[in-house]
Design a protein around this ligand. Structure first.
Ligand SMILES: *Cc1c(COP(=O)(O)O)cnc(C)c1O
Length: 375
């Protein structure tokens, strides 16, 4: 546990575990497939500067982002590998994308035309990855209509655009293999009719599928959440925890029987109780849904969150926890002594998923990276 005397609440991020999780994915997919780690949304909230630096050590094929601006940020950090924008790029961001030499995901014929026009006006040959919609339904060219859009793609990629990749996104890889088999079959059918030129890289798998169904690891895979410590399903390989979330005890109260706590007075002391106020709230990204539901660790012991979570503070019942004092460090995610609260446990209690817990941490939380130099 880091001693960080100035911060009221912070996230500790373990570089070595991020690297180990990436290596776990690489060994699952085997030496012939390459990683395209997803570092969108500031590397799932952890900090893309450090995450990219760590992931560079796996010699990835490239990096995946969701927006042109995120890609431009990687370029500003000195990343020279391919950077693929996998989400549809609004026309207003195409200039940024092409000026930063990003590879653009093409999700519609309109996007194809706009990207070709922009490339032509810049006199550059932009690299593109064709997205095929095999069932996700949110973006991509419909797998059933390949005979309609295929010729347009061939024409554009023979001219201003350079055809680098072809991909689809799985909707339920975390739930089992059936839907993955079906989406795979649809993509193969599309590729047979499309006949992309030699060298076009195909990529399909997210974290869950890369670890459960590595037989579909074609040229490249696109893992995200597993790298950052999110689980991919019960009974499956568990990632090393990457993120710990801590906050400080800033106030202790001796509560009399019946005393209430927090907005709405939703909790009352059952008897004489001891409460500790922690300097973290939903303004830091701690889900308000954890009020009267979640726990924290103090001195290696679980203490329940009582009352509603406020914007800046959260109160826990420390009646059963000896010796807690102002300045002590509470763990909201992570280990303290022999006790542990996992990212996925918190997500489950909050009624959400690990992705949202991580990306929901606000700028008020300093991200403190450990082991960045491989030390
Ligand atoms: C976010 C994303 C991924 C990564 O998914 P995980 O479940 O985090 O592994 C892969 N592909 C696309 C298109 C994505 O948007």
């Amino acid at each position: 546990m880091s001693t960080n005397p100035t911060a009221r609440a912070w996230a500790e991020i373990d570089a070595q575990s991020l690297l180990n999780n990436a290596r776990t994915v690489q060994s699952s997919i085997g030496p012939d497939a390459r990683l395209l780690p997803m570092v969108k949304a500031d590397a799932y909230g952890l900090g893309v500067t450090e995450a990219a630096q760590v992931l560079e050590r796996t010699d990835p094929w490239g990096f995946g982002v969701a927006t042109a601006e995120e890609g431009a940020q990687l370029r500003a950090l000195g990343v020279t590998r391919p950077v693929v924008v996998v989400s549809p790029v609004p026309e207003g961001s195409l200039l940024t994308a092409l000026e930063s030499e990003l590879q653009v995901g093409i999700s519609s014929l309109d996007a194809l035309r706009e990207t070709a026009d922009m490339a032509e006006s810049l006199g550059s040959r932009a690299g593109v990855h064709l997205e095929v919609d095999t069932g996700m339904g949110r973006s991509g060219l419909d797998w059933r209509a390949v005979d309609t859009w295929g010729p347009h793609v061939s024409q554009a990629t023979g001219g201003t655009l350079r055809w680098v990749g072809c991909y689809t996104h799985l909707h339920s890889a975390n739930e089992g293999p059936e839907s993955v088999h079906e989406q795979w079959r649809r993509l193969q059918g599309t590729l047979e009719r499309l006949r992309p030129p030699e060298g076009v890289v195909v990529h399909v798998l997210n974290s869950s599928a890369a670890l459960r169904l590595p037989e579909y690891a074609v040229a490249v895979v696109r893992p995200g959440i597993f790298l950052y410590g999110g689980e991919i399903g019960t009974g499956l390989v568990v990632p090393e925890p990457v993120v710990a979330l801590r906050a400080r005890v800033v106030h202790i109260k001796e509560a009399a029987p019946g005393d209430s706590v927090g907005y709405g007075a939703t909790y009352h002391a059952q008897g004489a109780e001891r409460w500790a106020t922690l300097s973290i709230g939903y303004g830091d990204g701690l889900s308000r849904a954890l009020g009267n539901r979640g726990h924290v660790l103090l001195r290696g012991v679980r203490a329940p969150i009582i009352g509603r979570i406020s914007m800046d503070v959260t109160v826990v019942n420390i009646t059963g926890v000896p010796d807690v004092g102002r300045g002590d460090i509470a763990t909201l995610i992570g280990t303290d002594g022999d006790a542990r609260i996992t990212l996925d446990e918190v997500a489950g209690l909050a009624g959400t998923i690990s992705y949202e817990v991580l990306t929901g941490l606000t700028p008020r939380i300093p991200r403190i990276w450990k082991g960045l130099d491989g030390s």
